[in-house]
Design a protein around this ligand. Sequence first.
Ligand code: TYM
Length: 339
Amino acid sequence: MTVELAPAPSPTAAPAPRPRIFSGIQPSGLVHLGNDLGAIRNYVMLQFEYEAIYCIVDYHALTSTHDADVLRSRTREMAAGLLALGLDPERCTLFVQSHRPEHTELMWLLSTVTPVSWLERTPTYKDKIATQPDDVNHGLLTYPVLQAADIVIYKASLVPVGKDQAAHLELSREIVRAFNNRYGDTFPEPQAVYTPAPVVLGTDGVKKMSKSVGNTIDILGDPDVIRKQVMSMVTDTKRILRTDPGRPEVCNVCQLHRFFGDDYEDIWDGERTARTGCVDTKKLLAQRIIDHYAPARERYAELMANPAEIDGILEAGADRLKPKAQATMDEVRHRMGLR
Ligand code: TYM
């Protein structure tokens, strides 16, 4: 969906409250290109128009990350990455999920309106059973209920995410409907907001870019690693010889050029007519990604050298949200007969 800008307020009117948006991201290591093109670019843009709340979801990460030190350092790395890419703590609220424990209480309450069958049919749950068969923990099954709680505890109506989160968002909407039907109108139904790149494929050119698949381009990492990751990208598998005309419409490298530079048509034409080879196009893409993210990489290094600054921002974010989270919990407990 596209986000429509609100009309300019009249000079005499009191400023209307800005609609609230919420999104979450797992602390799963360095930010990758899929995170940025699929979601973070919208986080940054929307903080200027909306009351924006962004959360590093460490509770969710516990379903797959079991080393305490690793989780702690990844949480800080993700915060530094988001700030380096443009989240401004003056314009949005950035916090860590476990710093607002109301999320897990609300999750329990929402779980009582959520049929188990809805959770068992979630595509990500089925994927996880396949990818971590020895660790099919209960958290994987109830993961989407916690995600719904994250959003609705702040009564957010818009959720900037990549397309891979569509099923979770739909489930959040169903949970909201089930709750509102049983206990009265309490929560708005959240809607997804997508970027122009809602699905970014990984370096294999087949699966969505993801840390767990190992097909990422780590935009804030070492430029040499970025170069290697881009040079390993699978292009058009039917283009065997350098002189074969390519199919830019299926070439992941060509498609990513859309977002780096203003000569996409020329790159497309070069591949189609075999004027350029895959290696040329990859080298150019690697350099453009390295250059594009150079300022963010520098800021990331500065932040990582000053963990107290990161921790201060995260703590202030969680504190700012306390009254909102507690007000929702009071209302929900009352509606459910707990007070
Ligand atoms: P996560 O951590 O997997 O991803 C964070 C954001 O990045 C987007 N994304 C992508 N977009 C396009 N192409 C890709 N290859 C790609 N990879 C990741 C994701 O869509 C997401 O927007 N369950 C969520 C975290 C979450 C959440 C929430 C999100 C917890 N609570 C509440 C929204 C609202 C997740 O694991 O995202």
